[in-house]
Design a protein around this ligand. Sequence first.
Ligand code: URA
Length: 202
Amino acid sequence: MSALTDLYPQIQTCRRCEIGHSRTKAVPGEGAEHAEILFIGEAPGWHEDQQGRPFVGPAGQFLDQLIGSIGLKREQVYIANVIKCRPPNNREPLPTEIQNCKPWLDRQIELIQPKMIVTLGRYSMEKFFPGKSISKIHGTARREGNLIYFAMYHPAAALHQGSLRQAIEADMLKIPKVLAEATSIVQEPESPATQQQQLNLF
Ligand code: URA
């Protein structure tokens, strides 16, 4: 057990929301405990609710392919959601559910200490890029301290829509470069000119 996995039984017994009673299994998240990249989706769907694991349905298979396209496996990253229980009939998460679930996600971020948070879809984007429009900011990054935020479309939205699919595939391929550049900036703080130049690349 670790501080991160210690959270799982707490999340699994959480009943702060109505959906804590209607769900089959809560879906805390899974992956490498100190992953460099943390992907954050929206909410568990039917498949995730059955298995208690994130992104295991069709959107998850597409996400696995996208992660594979940058030479990684899902075990090497961490995958979580804004809310941990499935809203009935796949309705959108309610503001109160997002608020009630916030401490779990915030604690996961604190424990994983990722270098990069990749938001998948609008709900996740809203947490880190409030007020922004996904069609405008997808594929762009923002750095705060040592942490990079990178916005992407949700794989479920992109799965069957040609133009979004191309966009999400292209955005995913930017991740290694953004991460490498950010890491090199963090390691060389004494060179402000280089810092500025490299930040402009995002
Ligand atoms: N969609 C999400 O946002 N999260 C999942 O875990 C599955 C589908």
